[in-house]
Design a protein around this ligand. Structure first.
Ligand SMILES: [Zn+2]
Ligand SMILES: [Zn+2]
Length: 250
């Protein structure tokens, strides 16, 4: 099964120690408020800014998780998405946006443990990891994996399921074509960009199973929609989605 991490994604302990040491030896500015960083519980971000992360709170749409809705939102009532439910932990703004940027694009892998802690401390009650047979991170193309050295969704997924013993499948859903970064595109272009980008490698393994798809950020939903649609070709029992962050206004 595809649950074992590949070499490229092994955490580099030395690099983490080095980065932590640099942060302590060369005090810098907080990457969010630009005030003196001081001693912090999270590297690069001051304690005040870290406390400022806005978590999603009930009520939210039973299906897509959009906040401020009791029951189903209008969109889900008219044309429900193909996943069972989508849950997110916090809004993609200021501190969390910067933390994800540092982790993903500046490769500050030391931040991943703090992001995992956020998910594990604030995971909604109706998102119980033990209910799933498999967890699948949204994959990145192997070209991007070579450039970045890790898939942020895989690192998050590994940390989130660690205590639950649910297998993380990293080779089941794959990117069959390289696409430009979704973050560089507007809503319409994102949908076009991601069409037919995914492929299920071994449908027999996930047929009839409960799947949880994990990603770092939910923005327009184009990537999630395409991945979920491809996963349904393998005929699983259910597909739910968990993301660390979601935009305020998709
Ligand atoms: Zn700050
Ligand atoms: Zn909804």
């Amino acid at each position: 099964m595809g649950s074992k991490p590949i070499g490229l994604q092994m955490p580099s302990l030395l690099r983490d120690i080095f980065e932590t040491a640099v942060v302590f030896l060369y005090p810098a500015e907080c990457r969010v408020c630009e005030e003196f960083l001081g001693v912090t519980s999270v590297p690069y971000i001051c304690n005040n800014c870290w406390q400022d992360i806005q978590f999603l709170e009930l009520p939210w749409c039973d299906i897509c998780g959009i906040p401020g809705v009791d029951g189903r939102c209008d969109t889900c009532a008219i044309s429900p998405p193909r996943y069972g439910k989508l849950r997110s932990i916090a809004f993609y703004q200021t501190t969390l946006q910067e933390a994800i940027h540092l982790f993903k694009f500046e490769k500050k892998k030391v931040l991943v443990q703090h992001l995992i802690q956020l998910v594990n401390a604030h995971r909604p009650l109706d998102c119980c990891i033990a209910d799933y047979d498999f967890v699948l991170p949204i994959p990145i193309h192997k070209k991007r994996l070579r450039e970045r050295g890790f898939n942020q969704a895989t690192l998050l997924a590994n940390g989130i399921v660690e205590a639950e013993g649910v297998p993380v499948l990293t080779d089941m859903l794959v990117r069959k074509r390289h696409t430009v970064a979704q973050s560089s595109l507007d809503r319409e272009a994102r949908q076009q960009n991601i069409v037919d980008a995914f492929e299920v490698r071994d449908p027999d393994i996930i047929r009839g199973k409960n799947l949880l798809v994990i990603d770092d950020v939910f923005t327009t939903g184009a990537t999630i929609r395409e991945a979920v649609s491809e996963l349904w070709t393998a005929d699983p029992a259910e597909i739910d989605v968990l993301t660390l962050a979601r935009t305020l206004d998709p």
